[in-house]
Design a protein around this ligand. Structure first.
Ligand SMILES: Nc1nc2c(c(=O)[nH]1)N[C@H]1C(S)=C(S)[C@@H](COP(=O)(O)O)O[C@H]1N2
Ligand SMILES: [Mo]
Length: 364
């Protein structure tokens, strides 16, 4: 059966079956590490009920040594590692693109993102133990046991892959814990992949098999879905050959407090949010209260050397009575910033919505 675990009583639910839900933005912004209870859930099918003691992940394909690993085997045979990393849906902020023109998919606000402490074993160590082939042009596929509902295709087990170069980096984990607790069923218990810096889709939950192969996965999620299409392509005309596989996520930022539509008291108001540039530093965050005609710089909060995390920022503005459009845009260490309007990045699947985040508020 579907349903929110008792730990998640009050997320905003976009769909019950499959379960898709995100936290209100003020709660999202309340901790640099997102509480599991406030962490968005994105599923494509059922939530499998697997036994933590007996479930085995198979390691197959171009390996010298096939492995079958339970959580206990992983703990005993390898050295655990904890990585603090953002998980972010490729559809985060899709609602803004839907203002431009209809897209497929759920209307996510900026809450399809969270930053957690993931504990597991580096995929690199597992591949080494399996004596896996190492070529840079290889791919590592993840087959999961949930049955995904695929639009325009048969239901089938969820599957994705990542390039071998990423798989061999130490940051990719086969994880059994989130924020120091065993994974909840909705986050992939007992074992999931965590791919820091990549769209959440690559971080397969409920993983059953890890496979080294020559080509990317031919599963629906990898081959047909989660592609960035040009703006002239539509649902009826879609051609996967013209799509770009979404791996790394673009520069993005969002205002979390106040929330869109808020009624505020005129005067000093604190504005808070997040920014993220995948593997680059956020160097500047600009906030405007007149739709982007004038900008001021927000304070970037120091969270040490958290390479795969997001960046929190805040500022206080003096807001006169009336209606205002509050806007944020971030800059990264390569001097790049975000597009001004969602029209510039519209695509029919509603992915990578990363234009300036704008919210309307009223001060009285
Ligand atoms: N097996 C499986 N893995 C999956 C999914 C899924 O539906 N099935 N959804 C993916 C997507 S699109 C995202 S954004 C993340 C969401 O992870 P979360 O639900 O733990 O936040 O899981 C990914 N891994
Ligand atoms: Mo996603």
């Amino acid at each position: 059966m579907f349903g929110l675990s008792r730990a998640k009583p009050d997320l905003i639910v976009h769909s019950e079956e499959p379960l898709n839900a995100e936290p209100p933005l003020d709660r999202l912004r309340s901790g640099f590490v997102t509480k599991t209870a406030d962490f968005y859930i994105r599923s494509h099918g059922n939530l499998p009920d697997l036994d933590v003691e007996t479930h085995k992940v198979r390691v197959r394909g171009k390996v010298g040594q096939r492995l079958d690993l339970t959580v206990d085997d992983l703990r005993r045979r390898f050295t655990p590692k904890t990585v603090t990393a953002v998980m972010q849906c490729a559809g985060n902020r899709r609602a803004d693109l839907q203002q431009v023109e209809k897209t497929t998919g759920d209307p996510w606000a900026p809450g399809a993102i969270g930053n957690a402490e993931w504990t597991g074993v580096p995929l690199a160590d597992i591949l080494r133990a399996a004596d896996a082939a190492e070529g840079d042009d290889l791919h590592v596929a993840f087959d999961a046991v949930d049955i995904a509902e695929n639009e325009g295709a048969e239901d089938a087990p969820y599957g994705v892959s990542i390039p071998m170069t990423k798989a061999r980096s130490g940051e990719v984990l086969l994880a059994w814990a989130m924020n120091g607790e065993p994974l909840n069923v909705e986050h992939g218990a007992p074992l999931r992949i965590v791919v820091p810096g990549y769209a959440g889709v690559r971080s397969a939950k409920w993983v059953g098999e890890i496979r080294v192969q020559d080509e990317p996965s031919d599963a629906f999620q990898q081959a047909k879905d989660y592609l960035l299409f040009p703006p002239d392509m539509h649902k009826e005309t879609q051609d996967p050959a013209r799509g770009t596989t979404i791996y790394e996520m673009p520069l993005n930022a969002a205002i979390c407090e106040p929330v869109a539509g808020a009624e505020l008291s005129a005067g000093k108001t604190k504005i808070k949010g997040y920014a993220i540039a995948t593997d680059r530093a956020i160097t500047r965050v600009d906030v405007s209260m007149n739709g982007g005609r004038e900008w001021r710089q927000a304070t970037i909060e120091d969270h040490g050397n958290a390479r795969w995390s997001w960046t929190f920022w805040h500022t206080t503005i003096d807001i006169p009575a009336g209606q205002h459009e509050l806007v944020v845009r971030a800059w990264d260490a390569a001097g790049q910033t975000q597009p001004a309007q969602p029209d510039e990045v519209w695509n029919f699947k509603g992915y990578l919505s990363a234009a300036w985040h704008r919210i309307r508020v009223t001060a009285v």
